[in-house]
Ligand binder design. Structure first.
Ligand code: ATP
Length: 350
């Protein structure tokens, strides 16, 4: 296959298993996000791909060729780190041209190429500035230009936005995604931020405890999570523990109709996104008496925090949507539509 392939790649540090045996494919020209909570092994996986860490087992292939034993400096991979790792006393131009002159290119050619790259990342005219004279977002663009200088086969970014404030981070996610698509470069981004992964990625790899939990497109990870961990980690969800019985899920004295078939008597976990639950006083299936404990107005969204016999439920309405008008202390009915309920075997963390 064209692109990058991991075959059974694992890593242990002494007795600590950081990454379980993992098979992954990174298609040429696509952007993959490695997403998961702190300590799940995403940086270790990225460092193995970069050649900065040897896999304990397994093979890494690029366009069909085995590169497992190839040292980092011989892989044409560009890297951007969390800290950017720029030379503070060099100019912007010198930072970008550095790896080119080290690689033997003449200074004038390297500087000319650096100028083109600075134009690419919208920093034309900034070549003479020192790094200390730049904003966080501008420094990040320099780090990207520097990583692109070698015309890398694969572009690797480890938490590239984490030093930026929230607003700039969102702008840079869009900018970086557009640049990556324009250049058509195979890219892997490590992040613990699900919005960042959803914004940028063609493919999301969700990890926990050194294990890949799901590999899918962003919309699929959100709407069809593979298990309760993914449902909980990506977006928000209401969860209930129950037992599958009579074609539905028994939760205490309540029988919920669902569309997922399970073996009768199986312990299951039911999840529903807050925007899929409804406040609906008409009689019918999957309706539960509820009391409004708190109303949270978030500008574009309004959340109702409800107390019910099966536990707390959050229902979310977008402003402009026809929603109810309730206040703390009101009583109402919440409906959990069967097609909106995701049912997972219990025993999985959530
Ligand atoms: P974060 O988002 O916090 O950076 P991560 O998902 O990138 O986390 P890793 O840094 O890959 O996680 O770490 C995975 C596991 O491997 C952790 O339990 C970590 O403590 C362990 N680990 C990582 N590097 C080493 C090392 N050099 N020696 C021993 N253990 C390590």
């Amino acid at each position: 296959m064209d692109g990058l392939v991991l075959k059974g790649v694992s890593k242990s540090f002494g007795g600590v298993r950081a990454v379980d045996p993992t098979n992954l494919e990174f298609a040429k020209g696509e952007l993959t996000a490695l997403l998961g909570p702190s300590g799940c092994g995403k940086t270790t996986l990225l460092r193995m791909i970069a050649g900065l860490e040897d896999p304990t087992r397994g093979n890494i292939l690029l366009d069909g060729a085995d590169i497992t034993a190839l040292p980092a400096h011989k892989r044409k991979f560009g890297m951007v780190f969390q800290s950017f790792a720029l030379f503070p006393h060099y100019s912007v131009r010198e930072n970008v041209a550095y790896s080119l002159t080290i690689g033997g290119m003449s200074k004038s050619d390297a500087y000319a190429k650096a100028e083109t790259l600075l134009d690419t990342v919208q920093l034309g005219g900034f070549g003479d500035r020192r790094i200390g004279e730049l904003s966080g977002g501008q420094r990040q663009r320099v780090a990207i230009a520097r990583a692109l200088a070698q015309e890398p086969d694969v572009f690797l970014l480890d938490e590239p936005m984490s030093a930026l404030d929230a607003k700039l981070r969102e702008e840079m996610q869009v900018e970086l995604r557009l640049l990556q698509q324009r250049l058509g470069i195979t890219t892997i981004v490590v992040t613990h931020d699900q919005r960042e992964a959803m914004t940028m990625a063609d493919q999301i790899v969700v990890m926990s405890n050194g294990r890949v939990e799901q590999i899918a497109k962003p919309q699929e990870v959100y709407h069809k999570p593979a298990n309760a961990f993914v449902a909980d980690f990506i977006g928000k969800a209401n969860f209930f523990d129950g037992v599958f019985a009579d074609g539905g899920v028994q939760i205490g004295t309540l029988q919920l109709q669902t569309q997922a078939p399970f073996r009768s008597g199986s312990a299951v976990k039911v999840a529903i996104r807050p925007e899929r639950a409804e406040i609906d006083d008409r009689p019918g299936e999957n309706r539960i008496d509820a009391k409004v404990m708190f109303v949270r107005d978030l500008g574009p969204l309004r959340e109702y925090h409800l107390e019910t016999a099966i536990g707390p439920i959050i229902v979310e309405y977008a402003v402009g949507e026809t929603g109810p008008s309730l206040a703390t202390g009101d009583t109402t009915t919440v409906r959990l539509p069967p097609d909106a309920l995701q049912v997972f075997p219990r025993g999985e963390a959530a």
